[in-house]
Design a protein around this ligand. Structure first.
Ligand code: ADP
Ligand code: AMP
Length: 208
């Protein structure tokens, strides 16, 4: 089976991580996510300070730090789902020099739904699995179905920081979506409805 190189675009809370997990399992791909990589290195000292200083404020981590993560991940991957990158036009330019893409998919979700999804998100402190207090509950409250780890709220999933992340998205990342739209490669998929339904839409795009 041919490897797929998939870019998942969409605002914070669109369901990129949720769908990337399913896609990587279905098509045996690597999940490249700058958000998770940065969370694992929140306290790492760089010449720009630590990633955590930017993340907890809802701002973008400086490009050189993020680009380095992506280069290393792409080196190890044949097929992949890229999630959370590129987030501005300079990153998109950088990415185009590093790899070709087979599918560029935009997950479209209205802003009021995003806020609800993000403020109710819970993640496993051990394995990173994602849940929602209303839309995707674990079997036992506060406990991960996958590994039994503790479910916690991300520090940047509070309402104020969510609003700032959405502002940063509109300012920096919407132009990236527009760039792929103008290039003619963007496929737009509704990210509303049950995760299974969204996944079927993505499968249609990838196998289409
Ligand atoms: P992103 O990676 O785009 O920021 P996530 O995949 O982490 O988004 O999803 C954000 C939150 O919304 C999580 O709590 C997740 O469980 C929930 N979620 C994801 N997809 C859906 C969906 N189709 N319907 C309802 N809630 C969803
Ligand atoms: P995410 O897990 O994708 O919601 O990302 C969480 C946070 O990590 C963002 O709010 C940024 O602070 C940082 N981050 C993740 N990906 C990038 C990126 N491509 N460029 C800059 N910062 C990023």
């Amino acid at each position: 089976m041919a490897d797929h190189r998939i870019l998942l675009l969409g605002p914070p809370g669109a369901g990129k991580g949720t769908q990337a997990t399913r896609l990587t399992a279905e098509y045996d791909l690597d999940h490249i996510t700058t958000g998770d990589a940065l969370r694992q290195n929140k306290e790492m000292e760089t010449e720009y300070g630590t990633p955590g200083e930017y993340m907890d404020a809802g701002e973008l981590v400086p490009d050189p730090v993020v680009n380095e993560i992506v280069v290393a991940a792409l080196e190890d991957a044949d097929g992949f789902v890229l999630d959370g990158y590129p987030r501005n036009l300079d990153q998109a330019e950088f990415l185009s020099e590093e790899t070709d893409l087979d599918h560029v998919v935009f997950l479209d979700v209205p802003e009021d739904v995003l806020v609800e999804r993000l403020t109710g998100r819970r993640v496993c402190d051990d394995c990173g699995a994602t849940y929602h207090v209303e839309f995707d509950r674990p079997e036992e409250a506060g406990v991960c179905d996958e590994c039994g780890g503790e479910l916690v709220q991300r520090e940047d999933d509070t309402e104020d920081t969510v609003r700032e992340r959405l502002r940063v998205y509109r300012e920096n990342t919407e132009p990236v979506v527009e760039h792929y739209r103008e290039e003619g490669t963007l496929v737009e998929v509704s990210g509303e409805g049950a995760p299974d339904d969204v996944f079927e839409r993505l499968r249609d795009v990838i196998e289409g």
